[in-house]
Design a protein around this ligand. Structure first.
Ligand SMILES: [Zn+2]
Length: 422
């Protein structure tokens, strides 16, 4: 199968298909082979963060001239940069500087890394109440900084209008693409939202086309929780298999198996939040009744807190302080138990043993995650004879969007006639 076919559309990339990419595949065209090699090197650099040419060639199994050619192209594009490097923990050989020097006489200790500063992508984070923008470098370990924020106005035209009015980088026309993260059930290949319980106006609108109209740049649409999972993968490349669960305005999941985002025929993944919980009468934005999300979204938790008769203020800080002082109230405990049971069901079904939790609950006293993890362990069959691993992690949405953007750069004609924006 031609790997180029596999990548048709704008599916988020898979950076972590390392070593196998350039080996064992026959009948590749030179362009597809180069792309596969390019992604292999970018995957290695994601892991090492900084390495010499020789180290990259060795770790990839490519010849030094082949690896050198690819690195040269990425340097010329402005995706990578050369620095004077000393050995750091995590770099592969421990003598990177010397090896680099051997390859490039007169330039000892030259190392390759992602360009950490120059904005290459416009990151757009469409959220229920707020939209955030950032100029993102070609660096999957970039900081999670979103300097421009504005309220999300309902309606495509209104939203596009407020988006177009914002200035994020000095020369947006020089960027390589726009990376949009959006909630809901998202058909990433078509660049459309199919269904969005918390943001109905985005449904069936041509989000990608509308954004392309503003900046005349390629637009990649990524479902918001999948962007978080990609971002986590960039920072924890050893976490090859996990279920990521995010608690926020909604409750969503994303699945990574063997270092790749799980993709299936339907544009529907990890929708844990819309599992009905018996005895829960609340109506959900999806049209259902009793969804888990109606117990554990930010809004639902604050409503639950206010309804419990607890002292004011009924805001997030007040809620957190109350839990710290008085422990987990029974209504919250029940919601955590329900979430644990739903998550355990997903682990049992998918055959996963690692849960990565991002978002709101990480901000609560540790007893809250302790309760959730206990409930997952109780329902997870793996815990009967093995160990379920839990990881409370930061949201790395910017990293995830950069990871999605890296695939654009691997396109065959990318960079032809293009001047780096630096
Ligand atoms: Zn629902």
């Amino acid at each position: 199968m031609d790997p180029a076919k596999e990548r048709t559309g704008t599916r988020p990339p898979n950076l972590m298909r390392r070593h196998a990419d350039h080996s064992g595949e026959r009948g590749l065209t030179p362009a597809s082979l180069r792309r596969a090699n390019e992604r292999t090197l970018i995957g290695l650099l994601t892991r090492f963060r900084r390495a010499s040419r020789a180290e990259l060639a060795k770790a990839s199994g490519m010849s030094q001239p082949t690896a050198g050619k690819i690195i040269h192209r990425l340097l010329a594009l402005g995706a990578l940069r050369e620095v004077n490097g000393n050995h750091r923990p995590g770099s592969p050989g421990g003598n990177g500087g010397r090896e680099g020097g051997a390859l490039r006489p007169g330039r000892p200790g030259r190392q390759i890394e992602f360009d950490p500063r120059t904005p290459r992508f416009l990151g757009v984070q469409l959220d229920v109440t707020e939209t955030a923008l950032a100029g993102l470098p070609f660096n999957p370990h970039c900081d999670e900084e979103w300097p421009v924020r504005f309220p999300t106005r309902p309606g495509l035209e209104e939203w596009i209008e407020s988006l177009a009015a914002r200035s994020v980088v000095p020369h947006p026309q020089r960027l390589w693409g726009v990376m949009l993260s959006t909630p809901g059930i998202v058909d990433e290949a078509a660049g459309r939202v199919v269904f969005s319980p918390n943001l109905h106006w985005t449904e069936r609108t041509d989000l990608r086309g509308a954004i392309e109209g503003v900046w005349k740049l390629p637009v990649v649409v990524v479902q918001e929780i999948r962007a978080l999972a990609l971002g986590h993968l960039m920072h924890e490349p050893d976490h090859r298999d996990f279920l990521l669960v995010d608690f926020g305005e909604g409750l969503g999941g994303a699945i990574v198996i063997q270092g790749r985002l799980f993709s299936n025929p339907l544009p529907l993944h990890g929708e844990l939040g819309h599992t009905p919980i018996p005895g829960n009468p609340r109506r959900c934005g999806c049209g259902g009744v009793g969804c888990l999300e109606t117990l554990l979204s930010r809004r639902s938790l604050l409503d639950g807190y206010a309804a419990s008769g607890a002292p004011e203020p009924h805001d997030w800080d007040g809620f957190r302080r109350h839990v710290a002082a008085a422990g987990i109230p029974p209504w919250f405990d029940g919601a955590l138990a329900a979430a644990g049971s739903v998550i355990a069901g997903a682990l049992n079904t998918l055959g996963l043993r690692r849960v990565v939790v991002t978002g709101l609950l990480n901000d609560m006293p540790s007893a809250v995650l302790g309760r959730l993890f206990g409930a997952i362990r109780q329902g997870g069959i793996w815990a009967r004879f093995g160990e379920i691993e839990f990881c409370a992690a930061s949201r790395r949405r910017a990293s995830g969007l950069v990871a999605a953007g890296i695939d654009l750069v691997a396109e065959p004609h990318f960079g032809v006639g293009r001047k780096p924006a630096g």
